[in-house]
Design a protein around this ligand. Structure first.
Ligand code: B12
Length: 243
């Protein structure tokens, strides 16, 4: 097993290759790898839950014992964002409905997780509105009023103030339940919220879980059996493969 900081890894695993490209700052190669995984049949959820999550996890081990760790994390995040934005252009659905909306709570600076949620939902046919990191709950509620989403996600990677986030989630959850809108929580810190079991919300560990919950929601509001979603088929769109 190679050490964490080894610049070049010889194995063929996409996660290892992506990790090596990110450590070396090879943006073009990383973008190319992620795009080729998608074009060869990988779903957004598989790519995010697999190689991206795995490579970023390993990068996160570097900061504690390598002086370059923090700059590597920033640079790797930017490279992954470039790749995910490229995929978003390919999968964006033409319709404005159904709307899914979300972001990360106040004090949470993490960019990639919410962006990956939005892109995964867009690939599944949702019109996804990503408010991004560090979003005040008041801003999220204002956006809910404006967009009337059917689904709201909260991606929680870091909790600056436990009380602020727990109260914010409780209020958001209550307001959404009045509207009949589902709230789906996830992210590496979501499990540490004690409010979870009392709120009208669901939690997923991965983007595969997110799609399961989102499809259940669509099934519940779309009873026609001839519809793709109603028959339980995944609705991820691969724009280039439809030609
Ligand atoms: C990049 C990074 C940073 C960057 C973020 C840049 C940016 N603006 O985005 C910067 C440099 C700012 C940073 C800072 C810090 N970081 Co940092 N960081 C990371 C790193 C390497 C990657 C995070 C990431 O993007 N992962 C990729 C995403 C895709 O993975 P994910 O978050 O797990 O998301 C998956 C699931 O959770 C799920 N999911 C996510 N959202 C949702 C939503 C829904 C609805 C659902 C269903 C599912 C879902 O699906 C995703 C795909 O599978 C992690 C390592 C790690 N293990 O995550 C450390 C890590 C999170 N950081 C860590 C630390 C310690 C810090 C700092 C304290 C360092 C410091 N001393 O300053 C600060 C704290 C910042 C803060 N205010 O919280 C620790 C946290 C340890 C802990 N116990 O909490 C980690 C784990 C590194 C480590 N191994 O020590 N970090």
């Amino acid at each position: 097993m190679p050490a964490c900081g080894d610049p070049v890894l010889s194995t063929d695993s996409p996660a290892e290759r992506l990790f090596a490209h990110l450590v070396e700052g090879k943006a073009r190669e990383a973008r190319g790898l992620i795009l080729s995984l998608y074009l060869s049949g990988g779903s957004l959820a598989e790519i995010a839950d697999g190689p991206i999550r795995s490579a970023m996890n390993r990068l996160g081990e570097l900061w504690s014992h390598e002086p370059d760790g923090v700059f590597l994390e920033h640079r790797a995040t930017d490279i992954c964002i470039q790749a995910v934005e490229q995929l978003r252009l390919l999968v964006e659905p033409p319709t404005e409905d159904p709307v899914a909306l979300g972001g990360a709570p106040p004090g949470d600076p993490y960019l990639l997780p919410s962006m990956l949620v939005a892109t995964t939902l867009a690939a599944d046919g949702w019109h996804a509105v990503n408010l991004g990191p560090d979003t005040p709950f008041s801003a999220m509620l204002a956006a809910v009023e404006r967009h009337a989403p059917r689904l709201v996600w909260l991606s929680i990677s870091s909790i600056r103030n436990q009380k602020e986030v727990e109260e914010g989630v409780a209020e958001l959850s209550a307001r959404l339940s009045e509207r009949g809108t589902a709230l789906i929580l996830g992210g590496r810190a979501a499990g540490s919220l004690s409010i979870m079991k009392h709120t009208y919300s669901q939690r997923g560990e991965s983007l595969a879980d997110l799609l399961t919950l989102a499809n259940e929601l669509r099934l519940a509001s779309c009873p026609q059996p001839e519809d793709g979603a109603a028959s339980g088929k995944p609705r991820e769109r691969h724009a280039t493969r439809q030609r």
